[in-house]
Design a protein around this ligand. Sequence first.
Ligand code: NAP
Length: 489
Amino acid sequence: MTLAERETQVVERVPKQLFIGGTWRDPKSGAAFKVEDPSTGSVLCEVADAGTEDGFAALDTAVATQPSWAEYAPRERGEILRRAYELLMQRQDDLALLMTLEMGKPHSEAKGEIAYAADFLRWFSEEAVRIEGGYSISPNGQARFLIMRQPVGPSMLITPWNFPMAMGTRKIGPAVAAGCTMILKPAQQTPLCALALADILREAGLPEGVLSVLPTSEAGGLTEPLLRDGRIRKVSFTGSTAVGRKLLEQSAEQVLRTSMELGGNAPFLVFDDADLDAAVDGAMQAKMRNIGEACTAANRLYVQSGIATEFARKLSDRMGALRLGRGTEEGTEVGPLIDAKAREKVQSLVDDAVNRGARVLVGGSAGDGDGYFYRPTVLADVPQSSELSTTEIFGPVAPIIPFETEEDALGAANETEFGLVSYLYTRDLNRALRVSEKLETGMVGLNQGVVSNPAAPFGGVKHSGLGREGGRVGIEEFLETKYIGVGGV
Ligand code: NAP
């Protein structure tokens, strides 16, 4: 089979309808929207477009299914997740191809995301049977406290396009483990991975009505009435801070539990005592994972002045050698950006930095072809006043900002409303701990350029969000605590 035939086959295999109550259905309006391949700008297929009535049908199902789902044996919930983990891994190659087609990342990276996504299901399959309570004696000895954990209830899950499979499993995994029913609204640009995942969960034995998946071209129009209805009890959102803020406002009306994984603006600090080659390796990962379209992407590279020139040279050599191309092609290391708007934003941030005195060492312009390509770019001597030091770049641009002292570096790193992750390269143990403690972020990569791991608590502070996903605490976001006071013992 040729690559073109395989591409057609993986897209054809995905159900294109809405997934509600365990079955595939057409939307009430009969409407559909187009899904594009960002590497060519051509249409891959059309997908059902959910409207308000479909949203309420999914909500009715989630509410009706919640009591019986909460009573499922934890082991059974865990085993459904485990089977889904295995199915994802068995189909890793095809699912990765599907992801590359709708999102653009190189196939090898997409395979990595499928494994990462599957691992959330495996992790939470293990957590499903470890939901614990408590028993204690009141301080005056006259009562007993029984503490139990219960599912929060029907949950709304909203995911972005940049990690189309992993952002879904990072929410579905803990929701299933905790016993919550849910409605997933995937990003309009990448509905295919979410639909393929729904079909896998169905095949893995997820009972009807536990999960609905509603692609839509009208995100706010679909979700807002559902959040205001009062029967949804939880919103778990990953996306931009601007949209997160809107959802928090809407959630206030019904006092909903919320988890918010929002935007980032990660500082990447390199001190002159660092292992320079390791720091360049780390910068390549932190900057170029996902074509720079990651909330965890290194957005500002602060390098101590004595090593800034050498660091910039080594990084430029590596960035300039990367192969830009369609993610399905063998050897491609950098795919296209998600759309024309994203590419215009990246270009305008580069232009602004250059106008303020930054020097382009490599890249600095769009790539060739019909897709939304942008060349891997390194900018030197970037002034802190540049727009890109306060704005999430979301593209393959590495701005290097030299600094003199530890105090200067910390001050600049924390000068942002975001607080998701920071990176720090140094061989001085005392400095490593001192600086890590003072960085105002939910996560720190200390001498490493990747922090994402299903077994670790992922999340940010300040405008980067509320709550954590993954790790032992990930399931907490989908559990309520109930206390029973027992008298007369
Ligand atoms: P986005 O525009 O905020 O969209 C995210 C999701 O929200 C999409 O499904 C989108 O649907 C939906 N949405 C948009 N407007 C909405 C509304 N009014 N009501 C309800 N839902 C709405 O973000 P994005 O551009 O897809 O993703 C990039 C952002 O996500 C970046 O800021 C990145 O840092 C952040 N992110 C954060 C994390 C983290 O863990 N902290 C992880 C990944 C990404 P449509 O697609 O239909 O617009």
